[in-house]
Design a protein around this ligand. Structure first.
Ligand SMILES: Cc1ncc(COP(=O)(O)O)c(C=O)c1O
Length: 421
């Protein structure tokens, strides 16, 4: 049984002790961005005081800075179980990285080549691929089943053709929480000789990622969604990254990941990401009794991270079961996505719902006045709200749990929702 010490977890995040409306603020806005541990804040400040320098100098600060940047790449390689830290590149955010990579990949495509995107995805995993239509690339969309918001793999299969060059799919939906079966999709896609691009932004805070086991080709995520600073991370198979021609300046390195890390990076953010991974590894090290990860031959920090993420997943599943039970009992509440606890392995603890007679913004504002932070609207997953026929009606309310949330917070949020329902 995996577990972690919730009071240790909460003590790590200074924002969790702030008050709003006369009580501790309730952060159910994790899918939009998570809070950060004190050590992340300290690491960023420490970088700016002691190590602040540009890349490639011969003096102390630059050398120390470069060592730290390398350590941040190693930390991300451990978190994602990448074969090499050279497979990880940093950038300002997932959207910018995806636009840069779609341009680099698009350079190699010809008119009539095809790309599959999905309706379940955030627009950041759609628009960068749709932009390639300008050069004659044909973009096809995979549908999802509106009854439970699961991706239609039959539709994906039927839309793969000999011209399909890339499939862009999300690991998990930031709107309705569905987790897609990425390993299965990778097999379908590779049988077709096609590349698989995975947007893991919404999944990473909720469970272990193993790019080698998934056998995907590219994967992107955003540290600010998993308890780190605002930034983005790209992972790609080294041979693919090496083979692509990046849009870059001449003096910048020609190898991976340098050629994709355009300009000067946000070094202090990488210092923060290193500390974020350190926090997660400490969480996993506390769970040393767990058998998790050992069977896959993980050791050291990779094993600790795997344990941490498995423990997080199991805690969140229990918390979400209580939350969903309460939500489904509210009169007039419509819930979108997988609702049966027996299927919670296929979703994150991100609830999307509407309350009859109330605009989603009104519900979010009601909760905000009570110190409960949730989002309303489409969260840039506009294809989802359109497909559900909700875009013209204000989308949905999204309350997303992460591992620092508690049962008391869930009960309080439910009580506030009952007031307005
Ligand atoms: C699933 C998903 N993909 C992509 C993004 C875009 O990420 P970024 O803000 O790092 O560009 C988000 C942000 O909300 C997201 O939730």
């Amino acid at each position: 049984m995996s577990h972690f010490d919730l009071s240790f977890v909460r003590s790590q995040f200074p924002a969790l002790s702030l008050s709003d409306a006369g009580r501790p603020a309730v952060y159910f806005d994790g899918p939009g961005g998570t809070q950060v541990p004190q050590r992340v804040i300290d690491a960023m400040a420490h970088y700016l005081i002691h190590t602040n320098a540009n890349h490639g100098g011969v003096f102390r600060t630059s050398r120390e800075s470069d060592a730290l940047l390398h350590a941040a790449h190693e930390a991300m390689a451990d978190l994602l179980n990448a074969a090499s830290p050279r497979e990880n590149g940093f950038g300002p955010n997932m959207t910018t990285l995806t636009f840069a990579m779609s341009r680099a990949i698009g350079r190699e495509l010809k008119e009539g080549d095809e790309i599959l995107i999905t309706r379940l995805d955030h627009d950041a995993n759609r628009a960068p691929w749709q932009a390639l239509a300008e050069k004659g690339v044909v973009i096809k969309e995979v549908d999802f089943d509106p009854r439970d918001c699961t991706l239609r793999l039959d539709d994906l299969q039927s839309k793969l053709s000999p011209r399909t060059r890339l499939v862009a799919v999300g690991y998990a939906s930031n709107a309705v929480g569905t987790i897609n079966p990425i390993a299965e999709i990778a097999q379908m896609v590779h049988r077709n000789g096609t590349l698989l691009w995975v947007d893991a932004v919404h999944y990473v805070p909720h469970g272990p990622v193993d790019v080698q086991a998934l056998e995907c080709d590219f994967l992107v995520c955003s540290p600010y969604k998993f308890f780190g600073p605002h930034s983005g991370v790209l992972w790609g198979r080294l041979d693919l990254l090496e083979g692509l021609r990046a849009y870059k300046v001449r003096p910048a390195g020609d190898g991976a990941p340098d050629k994709f890390e355009t300009g000067t990076q946000v070094h202090e953010a990488q210092a923060g990401v290193l500390a974020t991974v350190d926090y997660l590894a400490e969480l996993g090290a506390q769970d040393a009794g767990s058998a998790e990860g050992q069977s896959s031959g993980f050791t050291g920090r990779r094993l600790a991270l795997k344990r941490a993420m498995v423990a997080i997943r199991s805690y969140e599943c229990d918390l979400f079961t209580a939350f969903t039970e309460g939500l489904l009992a509210i009169p007039g509440l419509t819930f979108y996505g997988i609702r049966e606890p027996g299927r919670f392995g296929s979703r994150t603890p991100t609830a999307a719902f509407r309350i009859e007679g109330r605009h989603p913004d009104e519900v979010a504002e009601h909760l905000a006045r009570r110190g409960v932070y949730v989002w309303s609207g489409n969260f840039y997953a506009i294809a989802v709200t359109e497909r559900l026929g909700l875009e013209e009606r204000g989308g949905v309310v999204r309350a997303g749990l992460v591992h620092y949330n508690t049962r008391q917070e869930v009960d309080y949020c439910l009580a506030c929702l009952r007031e307005i329902a």
